[in-house]
Write a protein that binds this ligand. Sequence first.
Ligand SMILES: [Zn+2]
Length: 253
Amino acid sequence: MTEKWFPSLPEFATPEDERLHRKQRLAAGFRLFAKFGFEEGVAGHITARDPIEPDTFWVNPFAVPFAHVKQSDLIRVDHNGEVVEGNYHVNTAAFAIHSQVHAARPDVVAAAHSHSTHGRALSALGATLEPITQDVCAFYNDHALFDDYTGVVTDIEEGKRIAHALGDNKALILRNHGLLTVGQSVDSAVFWFITMERSCQVQLLAKAAGTVVHIDEEQAAKTHEQVGTDFVGWLSFQPLYAKISREQPDLLD
Ligand SMILES: [Zn+2]
């Protein structure tokens, strides 16, 4: 019997290879966010911790459309908010939120945030995700609500409060604002964001249509173990990456 292909986690010969890989995945993340319509003006950011200088992170260049972001456009920002690589400014909110999330969670390689429509709608209700589908169980006892709103996040004290509310979870609903997801790879953080946004949509649709049926606690917890691991998040991103990098190969430039 011939061996069957199955995606496996990448390995790198050098830290420079790993850096390039992260930047390529990050650029793909922006292209996918654009495709899914998650962009709202200049709001929204995805960050990737740098493998060589891990107290710095890569992020999108300010005011460049997600649909245009190339690997070589990404900027690297240090823990003081200074751009240490790249020719663009950094979004102040991106630094205020993401620097504190990366500092509080050494396990987190990437964090994604945007003002996607259904996430924003659920956040306006101050609600969390209910275990009403198999997919949403990825977030069962694994997301939290930041139950406050104090204007556009521009200072790191607010970023610290957001990181504290995130705790050990993979995702956070920022009340009256939007969603935030994290992962041990860019791949998983981006996939969690995409699936979380859709789960918000499903919950809003289902509850508007009638009375939802909850998956019982035991099954929801078991399903979380099946669909909610970081590896599953990584794996689920692979077809999306294959699709977007074939369709828009300039993202790798
Ligand atoms: Zn925001």
